[in-house]
Design a protein around this ligand. Sequence first.
Ligand code: NAD
Ligand code: TDX
Length: 353
Amino acid sequence: SSSPLRILITGGAGFIGSNLVRLVLGKGHQVLNADALTYAGNLNSLADLVSHPSYQFVQLDLTDSDAVADQVTEFGPDAVMHLAAESHVDRSIDGPGQFIQTNVIGTYNLLQACLVHWRSLSAEQAEAFRFLHVSTDEVYGSLGSQGQFTETTSYDPHSPYSASKAASDHLARAWHDTYKLPVLVTNCSNNYGPYQFPEKLIPVVILKCLRGESIPVYGKGDNIRDWLYVDDHCRALFDVVTKGTPGETYNIGGNNERNNLELVETLCHLLDELRPCPSGKSHSEKITFVTDRPGHDLRYAIDASKIKRELGWEPVENFESGFRKTVLWYLRHESWWEDIVSGDYKLQRFGVS
Ligand code: NAD
Ligand code: TDX
């Protein structure tokens, strides 16, 4: 489209957010990245963008309602892409409180601030304003061996993480239905790719292989996830915010289902080729079955036909190409993850912001 938009991205220092900030700047828009810099926020992931003329960063905790209102008013966005969240299921089991604070209360604070801002706009600006709430397929619960989640599948979350995301999805839709705020919701399957924090399965496996440590597989490794390369997700989010219909939900997924054990073995074999074990053995010998995650959902699978049909979105990467790119990225960006493993990434924040 023609003139650059002012886009507020929350959670832009996280995994998906940092990839999205890069994509949106590349399309010529202005970005304010608002992020609390929790353990998951890492400004090193945006180091190449610090002096980009259309990029600004502000450290903002969404649980601080006054600060949220001030930032939204001051920046005056044309669109908001809301990604900030506590995102890790295992952490939500150990400590659900912060998930309720950030995912539920934080989303509420942002919706309220955006409603005030939206009501202050001219009729033309208000018509064009968009609030995109970024969510997950985990809100739909668990599938058996058949079927896929569609946009009308009933919500059935099982973990504190997915329950908090479900709550925030309902708030976002209510702010559309009640106040007419132009809200869109997306529910996406498991992402993988550059800058993913090494607590999630794929970077865990890659780093365990590189460090020669045992590779933890929960239960029997027979849970199934539907994997999407992060750039494909980010392009979908951009399509939804620029072309989607307010009030609508769009499911996003790549039709790439794998069970965990198969996926871990594939990664091990890729690493056998790209960075063989000094012992000459396969990395897969390090696979260790560990205690299962409580309430572990068996299978997720997304039917993405609506976004393909209505917005013309298609994923570019397949499993093989996306996987290879990701492993190569971790091999070539050792200092990015070494800083996380050592904890040094936390010290560098202050220098950059
Ligand atoms: P992430 O954990 O890598 O990043 C989250 C970011 O949010 C971090 O930068 C963190 O500092 C920030 N944040 C956390 N609490 C905050 C607060 N109170 N105020 C402001 N910022 C805060 O997460 P991700 O994997 O990039 O996920 C981004 C979004 O996409 C989340 O909403 C998640 O639910 C959703 N999602 C993720 C996946 C996936 O596979 N990773 C799939 C579907 C949907
Ligand atoms: O060490 C591990 N071993 C293991 O077997 C880890 C970290 C995970 N697993 C299993 C659990 C899951 O079945 O692998 C699968 C993937 O686990 P995670 O990477 O923790 O992702 P998941 O729980 O599926 O949730 C992810 O996708 C949906 C993101 O973390 C969420 O933010 C997103 O909403």
